[in-house]
Design a protein around this ligand. Sequence first.
Ligand code: ADP
Ligand code: ZN
Ligand code: ZN
Length: 732
Amino acid sequence: MESDTILKIALAGPLRGFFDYLPPEDNVTTLTPGCRFEIPFGRSSRVGILISTNNKSSVPAGKLKRALSQLDQAPLLQPSDLRLLKWAADYYEHPLGDVIFHALPVNLRKKPTASKASPPGLRLTQAGEAVDAESLSRAPKQRSVILALQHHPQGLAKSKLAEDHDLSPAVLRSLLDKGLVTPCELPPQTLPSEAAYQLNPQQQQAVDRVRENLDGFQAFLLNGVTGSGKTEVYLHLVADVLAQGRQALILVPEIGLTPQLLQRFQQRMGHEVAVLHSALADGEREKIWHAMRQMRQHILIGTRSAVFTPMPSLGLIIVDEEHDLSYKQQEGFRYNARDISLVRAQQTGCPVVLGSATPSLESLRNAQEGRYRQLDLPKRAADASMPSLALIDIRNGHLKGGLSPALLKHLEQTLQAGEQAMLFLNRRGYAPMLTCHACGWLTDCPRCDARMTHHRQQKLLWCHHCGHQQREPVACPSCGSPDLRPLGQGTERVEEILRQHFPKYPLARIDRDSTSRKGSLEKLLKQVHSGSIPLLIGTQMIAKGHHFPSVTLVAILDVDQGLFGADFRASERMAQLILQVAGRAGRAERPGRVLIQTRHPDHPLMQLLTQQGYAAFAKLAMQERQMAMLPPYAHQVLIRAEANRSDYPELFLKQLLEGCQKLQHAAELEFWGPVPAPMERRAGKTRAHLLIQSNQRLPLHRWLSEAIEIFATLPHARKVRWSVDVDPQEML
Ligand code: ADP
Ligand code: ZN
Ligand code: ZN
C-alpha cells in the first residue's frame, strides 16, 4: 500500500529484513532513524528500532498496523552508529535488527519500566542542612551520615557512606522519612593525577608516530614484548586525545584485566574513566552507555561489545592484546571486535592502535603489506630483563603426576632460595578422565564425543563441553571393578602431587573451581603478591594480565597439544600462550626462567620460539600458512549445522552446496565438505561443517550475500540449526 509515512522497523532475532508499521496515532515528533518504537507483534508487543521511513509497503493496506508509541524523542543511535552496525551486519551476514539490539544495553532492548533506579548519591535537604547533628545523638549512625554530608554539600556516594558511616537500608529509610536527605546524581570526579614516566626512546617514537596521525585514519600495530611499556604508550596517547576534547575507546580481552587498567588510567588521567563489561548490572551499563553517547565522559575501557558504544567525538581506539580470542564472539552474532574497531576507526577518521607482545599472524601480514604501520618495543621498559625459555624433554623420563624429575628439582631449588614458582596447566579438575583398570571403561560423556573430567573435590564427573554432570562412580559401571584410575592430570591433581612433594611450602591453586566464590581470587592473588605463598598452580586465569614480579620460575606442564592440534591455528595459540605465561614472571629486578615440558623438543616451531623468539616463530608459521594457502593468505567462511537426527546436518549442507555452487563467483571459491565437525557429537546433537575458502575476499563475500538468501529456503533448513561464521577463529 501507499501512505504518507511507513516506518521500516528492525527487531532483535533471527529474522532478516524489516517490518512495516504506520506511525503511532498521537505522533507529533519527527520520525528520525535510530529512535525506538513499541509495536504490536503477534499477540503481544515488542520494541523495535526505526531504520528508515518510506511511502511504500508490500503489506496490503488493511493489514498494516500502527506502532503503539515512540519510546525515544531523540535518536539513541546516530547515523554514524547505524552505519557501523550496517557494515557489521553486511560483513558477517547477520540480520541487522539483531546486530543493533546486540549493540544496545539490555535495558534499552525492552520497554522502559516505571521504576527508575534511584541515583547513586545522597545529599542533604534544606532541613538536613539546618539540623543540629547533636540532636541525633540517640541515633549515632544517622548522626554520622548527617555529619559526613554536612562536610560534602555536593553529596556522597551511598556506597561510600555504607562503607565509612554504616549507612544501612534502615538508616537510609529513617533519614528519608525525616526529610533530611535526598538521593542525587554525583558530579564527575576529578582525581589527583600522577606524573607520567619519562618515555624511553622506543616508546617516544611510537607515541610520536601515532600523534602525527591523530587527525585521520591510520592503523598501527604496537608490537612490544611483555613489560615493554605498551600501556604507558596508550596512556600518553589517550592524554593527547583528551586534551583535544575528544573521546578514547580502549578494548581489553577480559573483565579480569579491566580493574588494573582502570586504576592505572584513573590515577594518571585525573579524569573519570568509564568501564563496560558483561559482569556489570544492567542499570550500570545503561548509565555508562548514555554517558559516552552524550559525551559526559571521555574515556571508556571495555570488553568486546564495548566496540559498539556510541562516542560522537571518538578520537582514538586502542585494542590491547589484539591477538586474543576473546575478541571473537563465538555464538549468535559472530563478530570480531578487533576487526570492527578497524572499520570504526576508518569510518570515524581516527587512528587505531593494536597492541600485543604476540601479534596474530593476520595483523603481522597486514603490517607487512603496509596496511598497518608497525611500531616495535623490543625491550622491557623498566630495567627488568626478559625471561629465558628452555625445553624439558619428557619423552623417556618418569613423570610424577605430569611433573618430570628435572622440573621437580628446579622447583626445589627455587623454593629453597626463597623465591616464587608458578606452574601452568590449562586443564582444571583432577584428571581429564577416569578409566577402569579391569576392563578399560572410560568416563565417556553420554551427550558428546568427549570424556568427562574427574573433579575429585566435588566428587563429580563433569563434561567441560556440554556441562553434563554426574556423581563420581565408586565402581566401574561396566564390570563392577572398584579399580578406577585417573588418566592424565588437571590442576587439582598437580596440586596434590606438589603438596606431597613440598609439604613445607604454602601453595595456591588458581582456577575456576578454586575461585568460584566472590572475592576468593582477589584474596589468593593478594597472598601471592605479599610473598606468603611461594608455590602457585593455575590455568588460563593466571596467564593474563596479572603481574607476579617475584616469580622467578615458570613451568608450563603440557604444550604438545598445540603442536599437533586439529586446528591450524593451534601452534600460533600455543606460542602466544607460552609467551603470555612467561611474561608474568620476573618483571622486577630478578630475571625469570621459563621451563616448558614437551615430548617434541626438536619440533622446528618450538625450537624457533624458545631460541629466537616470537618474531622468528611467526615468520616460519607464516610460511607454513602460505604454502598451505590458509589464513592470513586465504579467507574463510564456515557454515555449521547441527541436529538431533544424525543424518540431517550433512544432508542440509549437501543441499546448500548443490543450491549455491552455481551462483556467481562460486567458481572462484573452494568448498571443503560437508564433513563431520571435529567433535561430531556435542550436547546430544550431531554436527557437520562446510568450509568455504578463497584467496580473494571479494568473491567470497559476494557469493555469500547471494547464497544466504537461499539457505533458509532449503528443504532441511528448518530441521537443523545452522549458522554462518565469517573469518572463523576456531574450527570446533
Ligand atoms: P606492557 O603494557 O607492555 O606489558 P607496561 O606499560 O605495563 O608494559 O610497563 C611495564 C612496567 O614498566 C610497568 O611497571 C611500568 O610502570 C614500567 N614502565 C613503563 N614505561 C616506563 C618508562 N618509560 N620508564 C620506567 N618504567 C616504565
Ligand atoms: Zn570395568
Ligand atoms: Zn558432554
